[in-house]
Design a protein around this ligand. Sequence first.
Ligand code: AMP
Length: 304
Amino acid sequence: MSVLIVGSIALDTVKTPVEEHSDLLGGSASYAALAASFFSPVKLVGVVGSDFPESEFAFWKARKIDSGGVQRANGKTFRWSGEYSWDLNTRQTRSIALNVFEHFKPKLPESYRKTDFVLLANIAPSLQAHVLDQMDRPRFVAADTMDLWIETARKDLDTLLPRVDLLILNDSEAREITKETSLIKAGRQIRRMGPRHVAIKKGEHGALLFGEDEFFSCGAYPLEDIHDPTGAGDTFAGGIAGYLAGTVGTVHFTDLRKAMIYGSVLASFCVEAFSLERLRTLSMDEINQRYETFKLMSQFEVST
Ligand code: AMP
């Protein structure tokens, strides 16, 4: 089965303490779509401007990412610039230019409306809801969000949450939305706001998953070299949604546990290079090898 992904498509400028690169392909949907495409066909929804490289459309086609839902508008592509401090965890947004995103109203092609799996990657919750409104009862809806929407669009976000099967957010956002210091309390409280499952990302410390009576905790892959953390969260979400769409009919908690590991594996590759460069050359064999390493790493009863 395929997965519909809506989110931002951007040209990024990223500065780390050692390097700076500009005009990089970025955006939540770009990362999520490429990550998901390792497991299932993708239907991409977004908007780009006239400065957007045509070569990306050819790349998407080669990766079975249907770009029929990507609007080409007159004007400039959405631009974002961020700077990381030495821990490569704390990030400051240097600038943001909405450009063609400002008047973006996603309109789904007819062929997209019956897609069973949906990932509402990070964009304004009102746009995420607008996409869901056009869909014909999807089986599973995953959604990502960010601090900006918790602070500026809380009402829209609260309305969206009961329509979501899996909400993905990071630890600081989970604390911000609930005003809880404990992530365990926060995860449970967010579930009570509507989503059937909640995944809380903890960066280099892994992720937590909350279901009705179920709980799962996974570590992160112990990487020695991180070059650019941008998009790790979007890649994690894309890996989860793609894995579920490509391999699972009805989603059970056990499937979500595996999906979290695949998401973590994909995210660990993402940060090895700037932009989507590492994901572009990644192979399924490499993904499976790292998945097996994850399995070994988390075993604590070993028969001798
Ligand atoms: P992440 O590192 O997972 O938080 O995602 C980084 C990506 O999010 C970058 O490639 C940006 O282009 C994109 N981005 C930044 N701000 C926003 C925003 N307000 N809405 C949508 N996408 C954004």
